[in-house]
Design a protein around this ligand. Sequence first.
Ligand code: AMP
Ligand code: MG
Length: 423
Amino acid sequence: MNEPVALPALSCADDYDPNSMPVDKAREVIGRFLSPVTATERVHVRAALGRVLAAEVISPLNVPAHDNSAMDGYAVRYADLKADGEVTLTIAGTAFAGAPYDGRLSPGEAVRIMTGGVVPVGADTIVMQEHVKAAENRVTIGGGHRKGQNLRRAGEDLKAGEPALAKGRRLRAADVGLIASLGIPEIEVYRKLRVAFFSTGDELVSIGTVPQEGQIYDSNRYTIHAMLERLGCEVLDMGVVRDDPALLEQAFERAAGAADVVITSGGVSVGEADFVKDLLNKLGQVVFWKIAMKPGRPLAYGRVGEAHFFGLPGNPVSVMVTFYQFVRDALLTLSGEAPAEAAPTFTVPCTSTLKKAPGRTEFQRGILSRDAAGQWSVRVTGEQGSGILRSMSEANCFIILPTEQGNVSPGTLVQVQVMEGVI
Ligand code: AMP
Ligand code: MG
């Protein structure tokens, strides 16, 4: 489990305004309290995708293992060639991938070689088959070649004993292949981060239950579940908890006892926050911020017991935006990923008119697309209300409008952050 962290530093020592906390400041403060998981486990390379390396992978061999040919052609001794003018060499044998030539190349000889074939002893240069005339057991080669051409050296990609992948790397398909190419069957990874979550609200019902007058389906839990799965977390879905102090207390205690991180949605807005605040002050150390952002203004952050705690707003879009802007990167760091990078941002022209008041960061939902000429631009997804989950569903990026920015007219360059494949 994680080291307990003294959160009072968070509430006293900082000169921030908790009623208008800048996005970057909130991120930075959260970052100070993140202690990554340390427990590890061994997994087979087939189960390694998306896991985080707990130790660097050292190459046990040279890659490639032998000097080999990058082309189909002939392995020759450079000294036998003429700078300008032809020479004719005797074809002494063949070197195919997996079936090397086992002799030594003597002066005046060439060996027919295929891509990946081991370069025969004595040869130092490969001539492409397109650049020769071959007849029976002879090959005629013109001038203009370079010593060592078309030859991949043993250990050129990776030398035995060198690190192939760094500790803290979240493994992608290419990494899985790389590990297999080194003949390594199992690797050491951090255990998965355990995340417990629940929704709060008297108005919520789970799918499968018919909503009564005034009730709505709980969508946040399903969104959060999906976002956590994408990040490779072990998830613990604790359902809907009523706005009842005794039930909430039980739920918080159970969640904190079972997980590294507890995430809730709802109950942090004005009117509801006070009683949640009292409860959390008893169970842990939590600060409530009003972030200078839209959507997603209220956010609670701290500890419940020894678990990290993120109290997200209730509105479905706010949940996704705050998860994406604060929780995602924190979870990556807690999972041992190093460095944990925020999703990339780009600058593109915006084709819509955007309404924006200075004084807060806005994360409007955008659709990045390419026109017939191949130029990328972004447009906004219709209405931007924080309850309109369809705006997130249609979007493939956030349009990030910085604090000081005002209204945006069409043609203005804006910053976008892609979300496809990330959330
Ligand atoms: P709250 O922050 O709890 O006041 O919630 C703000 C708004 O989000 C209210 O309209 C809630 O009905 C709605 N909301 C809260 N939790 C959920 C949820 N889990 N799924 C869908 N909507 C929610
Ligand atoms: Mg509520």
